[in-house]
Design a protein around this ligand. Sequence first.
Ligand SMILES: NC(=O)c1ccc[n+]([C@@H]2O[C@H](COP(=O)([O-])OP(=O)(O)OC[C@H]3O[C@@H](n4cnc5c(N)ncnc54)[C@H](O)[C@@H]3O)[C@@H](O)[C@H]2O)c1
Length: 137
Amino acid sequence: MRGLKDKAAVIAGGGSGIGAATARRLAEEGAQLVIGDLSANAARAVSRSIEAAGGRAIGLAFDVRDAGSVAPGFTLTEEIDRQLDPGLRAEFVAGVRGRRLVSPEDVAAAVAFLLSEDAASINGQVISVDGGRTMRP
Ligand SMILES: NC(=O)c1ccc[n+]([C@@H]2O[C@H](COP(=O)([O-])OP(=O)(O)OC[C@H]3O[C@@H](n4cnc5c(N)ncnc54)[C@H](O)[C@@H]3O)[C@@H](O)[C@H]2O)c1
């Protein structure tokens, strides 16, 4: 993906789930990250794992209330994976067009794309990452 190397990005809620996956993906693309979370420990754990993998990140506590342009559908984070009832899981899988549920990494890929130069002409859009559960003409 073009244009993410050395770009600075601030990720709110980067201590777990979709935010953590997004932080890891942007770091893989060469971005420098500030990872914030209500839990400083969670933010620091993610930043440390990124640095151990050769990326550049710092983790700290912050409280951000914000709106993004990626709209995740039901996303199988580690926490949800641990708790999801098997019957409900089968129902969710039946509702998507692929063979699996949306992963945090799928959402992270969309965020990385929108931040990259490849998406320079995509502005003010809301991109659904929901496995095709909703289809718009
Ligand atoms: N997982 C899904 O299926 C799904 C679907 C649609 C939307 N979402 C939304 O996407 C976001 C992330 O979901 P997730 O499943 O990865 O959640 P998660 O609970 O795994 O992670 C959320 C992280 O954000 C942190 N946080 C909460 N409020 C904060 C604040 N004010 N400032 C800074 N950090 C804060 C939490 O401490 C936590 O580490 C949530 O807003 C959720 O509602 C999730």
